[in-house]
Design a protein around this ligand. Structure first.
Ligand code: NAP
Length: 249
């Protein structure tokens, strides 16, 4: 989709790889100034910024563990200091710790909930301040079809992603009067590092359950984010847009 995001500041968490990278590139190409947040992979984040700049866009890579409240505060302070505003927040950073429940440790549950859900809450809380002042904002949470339909072996991941849907709806109601929309995108089975380690057997079974018969691409998820961030979606809030080739319907 084509939309001019010129003059808008977008923060994409976990944008050094995979879906976040595709979202950052898409927003950057459409004119947004993009903050590419990453956790550890500074070289990959720098490559994303170089690609945004090569496409005529603007941006900056900023390291922060978004599950940590102090680091989130520092991240947003730096952005507001340099750019004065935050128009678009994409809560995309995420991890999995998959196993049957009996083999998981409480620490596994905590790290998944903290990285996926607490981070989205912390970033939304901090971004809301700047957005409320401007009476404009777009928050987009990267959930998953697993948060809607569940999946054996992913109890903590599913809980975190279902939690993101609750967060989306509650916050949408809370900030709507300030012209801030909050929506979620729920990808199905997308070609990234997160799914790269799956066995051939698991991969084939997953693809067999997808009516469109293939994995999705990060760029296809990015298009849904672009739409929800655009003026075309001004009257849409509290929704979950599923991008899964028909897997869950
Ligand atoms: P990915 O390729 O594994 O990339 C994960 C990204 O998150 C990386 O940029 C990583 O940064 C960042 N990250 C991890 N922990 C972080 C933290 N504490 N603070 C800041 N950044 C952190 O993942 P992906 O497949 O693109 O997934 C992106 C999002 O989409 C996740 O929320 C995931 O749950 C969701 N999703 C993915 C799929 C799928 O099939 N792939 C399906 C549904 C939903 P570093 O590079 O620095 O480590």
């Amino acid at each position: 989709m084509t939309q001019d995001f010129k003059g808008q500041i977008a923060i994409v968490t976990g944008a050094s790889r995979g879906i976040g990278k595709a979202v950052a590139l898409a927003l950057g190409r459409q004119g947004a100034t993009v903050i590419v947040n990453y956790h550890q992979n500074s070289a990959a984040a720098a490559e994303v910024i170089a690609a945004v700049q090569a496409a005529g866009g603007n941006g900056q890579a900023l390291q922060a563990d978004v599950s940590d409240a102090d680091q989130v505060d520092a991240l947003f302070k730096a952005v507001v200091k340099d750019y004065g505003q935050v128009d678009i927040l994409v809560n995309n950073a995420g991890i999995t710790r998959d196993n049957v429940i009996m083999l998981l440790k409480p620490e596994d549950f905590d790290s998944v909930l903290e990285t996926n859900l607490r981070s989205a809450w912390l970033c939304s809380r901090t971004a809301s301040r700047a957005m409320m002042k401007k009476r404009y904002g777009r928050i987009i949470n990267m959930t998953s079809v697993v948060g809607i339909a569940g999946n054996g072996g992913q109890t903590s991941y599913a809980a975190s992603k279902a939690g993101m849907i609750g967060l989306t709806k509650a916050l949408a109601k809370e900030v709507a009067s300030r012209n801030i929309t909050v929506n979620a995108v729920a990808p199905g089975f997308i070609e990234t590092d997160m799914t790269a380690g799956l066995s051939d057997d698991t991969l084939q079974k997953a693809i067999a359950a997808i009516p469109l018969g293939r994995q999705g691409k990060p760029e296809e998820v990015a298009q849904a984010v672009l739409f929800l961030a655009s003026s075309a979606a001004a009257y849409i809030t509290g929704q979950v847009l599923v991008v899964d080739g028909g897997m869950v319907m």
